[in-house]
Design a protein around this ligand. Structure first.
Ligand code: NAG
Ligand code: NAG
Ligand code: NAG
Ligand code: NAG
Length: 503
């Protein structure tokens, strides 16, 4: 309650300071870099707040943001920035990035309309919700290497529109009507192309073939069902699709393939160079031999796709695999020899499935495993045994599994005083001494095992949220050294382990 009051007070004070500052700034007649042209221009400077400057031009409110190499004009809905009354820079200004928001496209080129304001844009032009179609003459004299057009209302790209941009390396088109003829005339200099919500139904091979420098391609199109033939672009390295495609488009140069919502997992084209494959929300499940032609695979992520059973040979042909994730796929069982050939595996993630038991043999061949993620399955302690073996693990996450007490694995010890006690000397995790992160939230844990603190010398983070823990500190009674030991003594105080964060 008190804290709330203090915060409110501070907010008021902050507003007050802001008002005072604003009054001081607005007392000057102009923001010094930008000046209203002299009468009869109808331009009035209003106020500045930090780097935002407000002007009335012909009674319409413009917001101009100017910060070093960044300039942005927010036009009143559908109005252009070409008026004779627009404020302009009194000396030539070169900016890296120019953003025009809601502005009508100019009557002549962007470059000349900007030159009238003493502005040259060097690197990137962003047209946010532009009003009007983009034509070839608009781009005359524009030397940018990146162009981004994000439309909400209908904006069409005239077929020759981008032909003038001979040095364009990066192009983003979002919500722009793209006639096939315009696709056929995209600048051949492009290295990066992002097309989204443009109602594309096809990326025809002749259009692709033209893009002889393209390295990255992203197509986010709900209407695109036919996979493009990527072998037409030998420079391609990285592709990303959000589209109901009839397969996963690949080629013998593609290294990085990301796909969402494809209708089939079939790999279309070569995949000999493929090193990273990430698929989510796919319509089909992987079958036997799926990745048999992709031997360079180092990372495989499959998520939010219904997979009743993983094929046993899923990664058999990928000896260099370092990361495998199959998340949110409703998996109930894993093939016992799934990982028999992936000796370099470092990260494994089977979270958010329905696993009750891990095959005993699952992790025997993986010697370098660093991170194991099994959260939100149905693993009991017995079912999770196989996960508790790899001694190389740095990170183990078992949140949301009904594990119960993990301390019971210790051996019985007989004390000279006749007490038989299950010594909490070793827990179910006793082999995992290299752990740095151990996460056991929502696992029905009831106590902390003594050896976690004593033997896991690198443990720095232990997550025990949402458990009912009654014993926070467990003092182990020492194991009797010899039968004639007089009485149990406290163990030697171990050297201090690193600071442990409990969350
Ligand atoms: C543009 O800047 C130059 C100096 O760099 C200056 O002489 C000229 O008047 C400016 N133009 C406008 C329209 O303010
Ligand atoms: C794409 O199609 C939808 C529905 O037909 C339409 O509302 C939208 O304006 C179209 N977008 C473009 C960029 O043509
Ligand atoms: C692969 O592509 C994805 C999606 O475009 C990107 O997030 C990721 O950084 C890329 N990875 C590499 C190694 O290029
Ligand atoms: C913890 O114990 C309390 C009281 O016995 C019970 O109401 C609660 O549901 C338990 N919480 C969990 C996460 O088991």
């Amino acid at each position: 309650m008190n804290e709330l009051k203090v915060r409110r007070g501070m907010t008021h004070m902050f507003s007050l300071v802001l008002v005072i500052c604003t009054m001081v700034i607005s007392a000057s007649t102009d923001f010094k870099a930008l000046k209203c042209p002299p009468s009869p221009a109808q331009c009035q400077y209003d106020v500045s707040v930090f780097d935002e400057h407000f002007y009335f031009v012909e009674d319409l409110k413009f917001v101009i943001v100017y910060r070093g190499t960044y300039l942005s004009f927010k036009c009143p809905e559908g109005v252009g920035f070409e008026s004779e009354s627009m404020p302009r820079f009194s000396s030539a200004v070169r900016v890296q990035l120019l953003v025009l928001t809601h502005c009508a496209v100019p009557a002549a080129s962007f470059a000349s309309a900007l030159a009238a304001l003493n502005v040259t844009v060097l690197d990137k032009l962003i047209l946010r919700e532009p009003r009007g179609d983009l034509r070839s003459f608009h781009m005359t004299g524009l030397g940018v290497s990146a162009l981004e057009v994000r439309a909400k209302e209908r904006v069409a790209l005239e077929e020759e529109a981008l032909g003038q941009l001979g040095a364009l390396a990066e192009l983003w088109l979002v919500g722009v009507a793209l006639p096939e003829a315009a696709l056929l005339r995209l600048p051949a200099s492009l290295l990066y192309l992002h097309i989204e919500s443009c109602n594309m139904t096809e990326f025809a091979t002749p259009a692709l073939r033209r893009l002889s420098s393209l390295v990255h391609l992203r197509l986010y199109e709900r209407t695109l069902t036919v996979a493009p033939d990527l072998s037409a672009v030998p420079s391609l390295r990285s592709v990303s699709f959000i589209a109901p495609l009839n397969g996963l488009p690949s080629s013998n140069t593609v290294k990085n393939l990301t796909s969402q919502n494809c209708n089939s997992l079939e790999i279309l084209g070569e995949c000999g160079a493929l090193s990273r494959l990430e698929v989510s929300g796919a319509g089909g499940a992987p079958g036997a031999g799926w990745l048999a032609r992709c031997p360079a695979l180092a990372e495989l992520v499959l998520s939010d796709t219904r997979v009743d059973a993983l094929p046993a040979d899923l990664v058999r042909a990928a000896p260099r695999l370092r990361r495998l994730a199959v998340r949110g796929c409703r998996l109930r069982h894993l093939p016992p020899d799934l990982l028999a050939h992936t000796r370099d595996l470092q990260e494994l993630d089977f979270s958010n499935n329905r696993l009750e038991t891990l095959p005993e043999q699952l992790l025997v061949s993986v010697r370098a495993l660093r991170s194991l993620e099994l959260s939100n399955n149905r693993l009991t302690l017995a079912g999770a045994r196989a996960a508790l073996a790899p001694t190389s693990l740095h990170r183990l996450v078992l949140d949301g599994n009904p594990l119960g007490d993990l301390c019971q694995a210790g051996s019985d010890a007989l004390y000279p005083d006749g007490l038989i006690e299950r010594v909490s000397g070793v827990s179910a995790l006793f082999e995992m001494r290299a752990l740095r992160t151990l996460s056991l939230a929502r696992t029905a844990l009831t106590r902390l095992c003594a050896d976690w603190r004593r033997d896991m010398r690198a443990l720095a983070r232990l997550d025990l949220r949402h458990n009912n823990i009654s014993a926070l500190q467990v003092h182990a009674r020492p194991r009797a050294q010899t039968p004639t030991h007089p009485a149990p003594t406290r163990p030697h105080a171990p050297p201090r382990p690193p600071t442990l964060t409990l969350t």
